[in-house]
Design a protein around this ligand. Structure first.
Ligand code: ADP
Length: 501
């Protein structure tokens, strides 16, 4: 029997162990679909306080892992647990670095030693694999936090026989986070000084860990086809468009899937009553429950309720929301916002919520249960992003019969089709220009269509019938893994032939 493909899947957040956003959802669900396709996958992430508080059943599998950070060494341990699907998960414990309230920082900003924290994780993941004989054909990295891994494989460990046949793939979930640090930090990573050049880790006189991942990996993916095109342009490339253009032959756009074991109103344990596209009447019960729970006026049981579940960051279109929140209230629509992030948005929204307690509910913080209840109880979900690599909330919203109102960018554009009442085709509302007026017009359009129950229900069921499950995308990842694995094998055969000559 052919050996199965071995993948070492490394991410800085993975559901259910740690989450701040969509990366965690992807890293928590893609491995299960890979496993279904016969891939031998192991997952690794830091052991944060959040993970510790989850009280997962773990066993310590490595004690005293020594990880060089410049001249110094940091000791840590590796714990093993597994997902519900039986996938091994390795948790990298280093209490000084990871036993903190946040994953990357607080509302006031990032932790000042994020370079050291994620250099530690990246290097520890490789050293652990070598020390314990965890062989892999492909290491699949995600975002800047793991960007050093492909660089290590191409430099420090290039001639190490343990890693000689290992290929690397990096997925860019969000180009807005580039992992930029001062050049003086380079020695901490252990990379040779010669790698500090524009074709290496240097980024305008600094280091970018995301760039390291893009430059040294064997293939790069982004989380939607549209975003893979956009990042090659100055508007969305955020200074990295040239790097992506250079690597365009190795750049793939693979749409994220939804984990329908977690996000399906038919089986969701967080919501008041389950429902499906063929029988949606319980959605109303979820709405009544939400209106009561959040203290909105009773009339909103029959009026449209708009939800937003989002990191409160400029990327997510918070400035547009802030500009039109009062107009939404004037439409006699309810507005429910669950989010955490930048302090200015948090403060503004909380203040507004206090001004309109009957029609607006603002909840600041990260609340998984409430996220599900809004998804089920709201009639529409707002996703007005400035840019959006894929976006998951609009995909979940479709399944919950909560009509997405989105900006036509990146994955939002790939996944939502503007509704045309004439033909009855489409799944949501899309505006193109990043302007408050355009956003409000789409909301007005949606609110007036809501009055026409038959047409509205057509739109709702169109969305509920969509299938964004992982299987198709997981197949695309598997063929990419096979491709990079083969390319590395061919290269090492050429090297061996040369040696023999
Ligand atoms: P991003 O990864 O850019 O934050 P996505 O739409 O890809 O955006 O994923 C966001 C994920 O995080 C979704 O699962 C969403 O439900 C969740 N989420 C965002 N903010 C919150 C919050 N404040 N509380 C609970 N879940 C949240």
């Amino acid at each position: 029997m052919r050996d199965s493909l071995k993948v070492w899947f490394l991410a800085s957040e993975v559901v259910p162990f740690a989450k701040t956003g969509g990366l965690a959802d992807v890293a928590g669900s893609l491995p299960a679909s890979l496993k279904d396709l016969g891939v031998d996958v192991s997952v690794g992430l830091p052991f944060y306080r959040m993970t510790k508080n989850g009280n997962y059943k773990t066993e310590e599998v490595l004690n005293g892992l020594e990880v060089p950070l410049g001249e110094a060494k940091r000791r840590g341990e590796v714990l093993k647990t597994s997902t519900q699907d039986g996938i091994p998960v390795y948790l990298f414990r280093q209490e000084d670095f990871f036993d903190r309230s946040g994953l990357y920082g607080t509302a006031q900003g990032d932790y000042p030693d994020n370079f050291e924290r994620f250099t530690y994780f990246s290097r520890a993941a490789l050293l652990f694999a070598k020390e314990t004989g965890l062989r892999f054909d492909v290491v699949h990295c995600h975002d800047w936090q793991t960007g050093l891994i492909p660089a290590y494989l191409k430099t420090l460990y290039r001639t190490d026989p343990f890693f000689s046949d290992a290929a690397s793939v990096i997925t860019v979930h969000n180009l807005g986070y580039q992992g930029v640090f001062p050049a003086e930090k380079l020695p901490t990573s252990g990379l040779p000084a010669s790698e500090f050049r524009p074709e290496g880790v240097e980024y305008w006189g600094k280091i970018s860990l995301l760039k390291a991942g893009i430059v040294y990996s064997d293939a790069i993916t982004t989380v939607s086809p549209r975003y893979s095109q956009e990042i090659q342009t100055p508007e969305f490339g955020l200074g990295m468009e040239g790097i992506f253009q250079k690597r365009s032959a190795d750049l793939y756009g693979i749409l994220n899937g939804a984990d329908y074991d977690t996000w399906d109103p038919a089986i969701d344990p967080h919501i008041k009553a389950g429902y499906t596209f063929s029988d949606t009447k319980n959605k109303k019960e979820c709405k009544v429950d939400l209106v009561n729970e959040l203290g909105l006026d009773r009339r909103f049981v029959d009026r449209p309720v708009l939800g937003m579940i989002s990191r409160l960051a400029a990327q997510k279109g918070c400035d547009l929301l802030v500009q039109i929140a009062q107009d939404i209230v004037q439409l006699d629509a309810g507005l429910v916002i669950l989010g955490a992030g930048e302090e200015t948005y948090q403060k503004f929204l909380v203040k507004l919520g206090r001004e309109y307690p009957d029609s607006m509910a603002v909840r600041i913080g990260f609340d998984e249960t409430l996220a599900h209840r809004i998804m089920a109880g709201a009639d529409m979900l707002l996703v007005p992003s400035r840019y959006e690599p894929c976006g998951l909330t609009q995909i979940y919203a479709l399944r919950y019969g909560t009509v997405p109102i989105v900006r036509a960018t990146g994955g939002l554009d790939d996944t939502i089709e503007q509704f045309a009442p004439g033909s009855g085709q489409g799944t949501g509302f899309k505006f193109v220009d990043y302007e408050a007026k355009a956003f409000l017009e789409k909301i007005q359009e949606a609110v007036s269509l809501f009055e026409d129950n038959t047409t509205w229900m057509r739109l709702v069921t169109n969305g509920m019938k969509c299938d964004f499950s992982w299987e198709r995308s997981a197949r695309e990842y598997v063929s990419l893994y096979e491709k990079v694995k083969q390319a590395i094998k061919n290269k090492s055969e050429v090297r061996n032939d040369r040696r023999r000559e």
